[in-house]
Design a protein. Structure first.
Length: 473
């Protein structure tokens, strides 16, 4: 982004009245935020237009000045969008750059900053940003969730080993595993919706710290900016000091982002493992994999590895914000200017990451033969075999012990668990009957798991139907 440096031509900051000299060039470069808050321009203009409307509403400026200010702000935003307005670091931040540009267009601009401070202004801009950002992230999450549900539907009949400790544990449908991902991102969606709900409170009118002596109408401006509840009732902050000091939302947004990052990285890791030759359960499309500059045979799951890596930034941004806010005295301190880069980075990182995961998963194909071979391991049904004994009246602890002994015996004899001779099995526990090998039927194993939350085929199909309606309308 191009930034001007016109400090030398005696451009004075809006606060310059009590100063004899302007700030050092080094200080300007150090203290500017325009290099990262310029993207708030649309929100800042929106806030200023609402503020001007409120000032006219209470009779502090004329309708003519209000209209000149509002038209001027629209023109400034148009200039910004056209790249015609180059911000100047002598004006520090987005707020002062816009105000100066406006005042150049209309003298009425000089009336705009009555009864407000950059402290409540930036808090308001950021709340509008959060509402918008949460909506956009939620949209991306919904798109990803739709891809996941589609995959689950497509591969409903595939059974794979489920893992604990990264060791084969029990058989599950692949759909059940995919729908576990759906749960993770579904909770993220709820969290972002909640952050948006909490952002929906207007701090404007808090001034620098103690409001204003001017007869402002906080409800009017809150309504004008869309800070209203479901019934259209304006919502504004209850304490001017808290309103300018509070950075909870920044932390909550980054926290939702960090947790979503944890999910992105865990899902990516599942994909990376499944894609390895050792597992071989899935393949990814050429579009989201890359080759090696040296090894001609390689096709690496770089998209997923990068997602795992990018999640580190999301964790870091949360940590930065927590550390930034910790121990700060009330109310606004300039430290807080550092609150925006981590938030914007979380937003940008999330938006592209969610798209990339959706794209990668949309191109994922499942190798039924590899899954079938892995899930044929009879040890996956050792727990079901214990249940078989329990159903025949054996206490679970005894059943667990008996199956453990059979597993040991199979290992010793180097035969699959289900191929042990019946006589030997019966010797371990008299409750075994000839039908004991029926337990090793995978279809039976899944059919017995038809209670809520379990991987039974009917349960899964029902979940998929419900979720398809939710995400695909
Ligand atoms: N650029 C500043 C920030 O983001 C705006 C608020 C400045 N307030 C002040 N009192 N200097 O924090």
């Amino acid at each position: 982004m191009a930034i001007g440096f016109m400090a030398k031509e005696k451009k004075q900051a809006t606060w310059g009245g009590r100063f004899k000299k302007g700030p050092a060039e080094l200080m300007l470069r150090f203290s500017e935020s325009i290099s990262f808050d310029w993207r708030l321009a649309p929100y800042d203009v929106q806030v200023s237009k609402a503020h001007a409307a409120m000032l006219a509403h209470i009779g502090l400026i004329s309708a003519k000045d209000r209209d000149a200010i509002r038209a001027g702000l629209d023109a400034v935003l148009a200039d910004i969008r056209a790249g015609k307005l180059v911000p100047d670091i002598a004006c520090e931040d987005v707020h002062m750059n816009i105000e100066q540009a406006l005042t150049k267009k209309t003298p009425a601009g000089a009336r705009l900053h009555a009864a407000r401070s950059r402290n409540d202004q930036v808090a308001t801009d950021m709340r509008l940003f959060f509402k918008d950002a949460c909506g956009q992230v939620a949209g991306r999450l919904r798109a990803l969730l739709a891809v996941i549900v589609d995959l689950a539907e497509k591969y409903q009949d595939i059974v794979v080993p489920g893992y604990t400790h990264l060791q084969r544990a029990q058989p599950v449908s692949l759909a059940h595993h995919l729908l576990a991902w759906e749960q993770m991102f579904g909770r993220d969606l709820e969290r972002f919706e909640e952050v948006a709900r909490r952002a929906n409170v207007c701090p404007l009118g808090s001034g620098a710290i103690a409001g204003s002596t001017l007869p402002i109408d906080r409800a009017f401006v809150a309504k004008e900016l869309g800070f209203v509840d479901k019934k259209g009732k304006p919502q504004f902050t209850a304490n001017s000091m808290d309103a300018v000091a509070d950075r909870d939302l920044f932390i909550e947004f980054a926290s939702a982002g960090a947790l979503c990052g944890v999910h992105l990285s865990r899902v990516s890791e599942d994909g990376i493992l499944w894609n390895s030759a050792e597992f071989g359960y899935v393949r990814f499309s050429d579009a989201f994999t890359t080759g090696s500059s040296l090894m001609p045979q390689k096709k690496n799951p770089d998209a997923l590895e990068l997602l795992r890596g990018k999640s580190a930034r999301l964790q870091g941004n949360l940590q930065t914000l927590l550390t930034l806010a910790k121990g700060l005295p009330l109310t606004y301190n300039r430290d807080l200017q550092e609150d925006k880069p981590p938030v914007f980075d979380t937003f940008d990182t999330l938006m592209i990451s969610l798209d990339v995961l959706a794209g990668t998963l949309a191109g994922m194909t499942v190798r039924a033969d590899k899954c079938a071979a892995a899930v044929a391991d009879p040890l996956l049904l050792a727990t079901d075999l214990a249940d078989y004994l329990v159903a025949r009246g054996v206490p679970f602890r005894d059943a667990h012990h008996a199956i453990g002994a059979l597993v040991g015996m199979a290992e010793e004899k180097a035969v699959p668990l289900n191929e042990l001779p019946f006589a030997a099995v019966k010797k371990v526990n008299a409750a075994f009957a000839e039908d004991w090998t029926e337990v090793f039927d995978l279809k039976r194993a899944l059919k017995l798991r038809e209670r809520p939350g379990m991987p039974g085929p009917k349960q899964t199909a029902q979940q998929i139907r419900k979720l398809k309606k939710l995400y695909q309308g």
